[in-house]
Design a protein around this ligand. Structure first.
Ligand code: NAP
Length: 453
């Protein structure tokens, strides 16, 4: 059984309902405001008067974290402002079923005392402002909402009804973080996998901008998240913020999957495993292949790394900036202990044609051709120089058929888009999240069918 935390505006009934519910459930009761007063040795009104609001908020955070960390299940009446700090919410959500007591403002107004015991509630206008500021935060932090718009007996009956009937086996939480995330398919893919496996997992989208990554990783350690995926622009930037990074992810310099274990963040890269699986499904492999990679960014680096590691007979990286291509090639070769195994060069039409003559696997790891992203490859003439048996793989999946793939198919070449890599990297991430081997080919078909619909 989990602890229960009641959140909501001041005077919404947290303390009275909390105490009564604790008695009825035979659980200890902790009133955070009383704990703060006990620690400070003075009433809250005096704390505000003598020490100020920020002193009070620090004390509230200490008392909230300590209540949430009680070794046994308890009922907690949280402070009204508990949702103003992310760490408070993280602590409550980690160990408690969080219930928002939603009491209409006009009911609360009737109960506002005419003394200074509620320093932030001097007038009804204060209450309305407070509600405007906090309502969305209460809803976001809560697992359930109780409308406390009647008398105390009815409020208690509703709360106990919720806690007894629907005693929350809250689902494990996962997410993808990045920015922007408008078109991410991750929730749909992981949702389909969880549904197929009968796992009660929830998969959210959390938009985290560059400046927020540090804060996010700190709160992720204490949140209810069991794991999360990482996408642009954080795949490289998250590495120094993790506790451990798997060797392959470290060598690729990119993490796309993090599991949260006992407050520690462990980073992995499943993108490259996803690419390999996707090639294998098309009866291709890196082993013995002569690989030509377009682009010198994160995906190109990972693809070159995987190709070299899996026994490609040669790997060349071509990029608009030849120096960047050479540097990436050098890094990958040195990381694997074979300097010179991977070459770099300029992505000019002439060099592309020259390299294509000796290539049997082409990987487009640039966004050229992606919906909403301007720009094309400098030329597609190189496709004609490829041997008939060559395979063209575009990591882009939106659109399903880029101009590169269309022209390759027109020339009779085998070709495939990036959806296979996307699905397989998600399945490999799910194996890490759920800590078990999955029937990947079967789940692949389930997800592919869902995406096609
Ligand atoms: P990145 O780090 O930004 O690297 C992009 C590379 O493409 C850079 O070398 C860039 O060159 C080059 N580039 C950009 N526009 C170009 C153009 N018009 N012509 C020639 N080169 C161009 O991006 P990334 O993370 O490696 O991702 C690359 C692609 O892979 C994206 O389309 C991404 O969606 C896709 N991807 C797919 C999956 C999947 O699961 N299917 C997974 C990961 C990535 P400069 O350095 O000169 O700008």
């Amino acid at each position: 059984m989990k602890s229960v935390a009641l959140i909501g505006l001041s005077l919404s009934g947290k303390s009275s309902l909390g105490r009564m519910a604790a008695n009825a459930l035979g659980m200890p009761f902790i009133d955070v405001d009383s704990e703060i007063e006990r620690e400070a040795g003075m009433p809250i009104s005096q704390i505000f008067k003598l020490r100020g609001e920020s002193f009070f908020r620090d004390a509230e955070t200490r008392a909230t974290i300590s209540a949430a960390a009680s070794g046994i299940p308890v009922v907690i009446a949280a402070g009204g402002g508990v949702v103003l700090r992310r760490e408070n919410v993280a602590a409550l959500r980690k160990s408690c079923f969080v219930v928002f007591l939603d009491r209409p403002v006009w009911h609360i107004m009737r109960g506002i005392p005419h003394d200074d015991s509620r320093p932030l509630l001097k007038s009804p206008a204060d209450l309305r402002d407070m509600e405007r500021e906090r309502r969305a935060l209460y809803l976001a932090a809560a697992d359930a909402v109780i409308e406390n718009d009647s008398d105390i007996e009815e409020g208690l009956a509703r709360l106990l009804g919720l806690l007894r009937s629907d005693w929350p086996e809250t689902p494990d939480e996962y997410a993808v973080i990045g920015d922007p995330l408008t078109h991410t398919l991750s929730p749909a893919i992981h949702g389909a996998v969880f549904a197929e496996l009968g796992v009660t997992g929830r998969y959210d989208v959390i938009r985290i901008s560059r400046g927020e990554l540090d804060d996010f990783t700190r709160s992720a350690r204490v949140s209810r998240l069991k794991g999360f995926n990482v996408t642009m622009p954080h795949k490289g930037g998250i590495i120094p913020l993790l506790d451990e990074v798997d060797e392959e992810a470290g060598l690729c310099g990119a993490v796309n999957t993090v599991i949260v274990r006992n407050g520690r963040l462990l980073g992995f890269n499943t993108d490259m495993g996803g690419l390999l699986e996707s090639l294998r499904e098309a009866d291709r492999d890196f082993s013995g292949s002569r690989v030509m990679i377009l682009g010198a960014g994160g995906a190109a680096r990972g693809a070159a790394f995987k190709a070299a590691q899996e026994g490609a007979s040669s790997v060349v990286i071509l990029a608009r900036r030849a120096d960047r291509a050479r540097k990436t090639a050098e890094d990958v070769g040195s990381a694997l202990g074979f300097p010179g195994l991977v070459r770099g060069g300029e992505m000019s039409p002439e060099v592309m044609i020259f390299e294509a003559r000796a290539a049997d696997l082409v990987i487009n790891a640039t966004p050229a051709g992606m919906n909403g992203v301007g720009g094309d490859l400098p030329s597609l003439e190189f496709l004609e120089a490829l041997p008939d048996s060559a395979f063209v793989c575009d990591l882009i999946y939106n659109p399903a058929e880029t101009e590169l793939l269309r022209r390759a198919r027109e020339l009779g070449l085998a070709a495939r888009n990036g959806i296979g890599m996307l699905i397989y990297q998600a399945l490999l991430a799910d194996e890490l999240f759920l800590n078990r081997k999955l029937d990947r080919p079967a789940l692949y078909r389930t997800v592919e069918e869902m995406l096609t619909k």
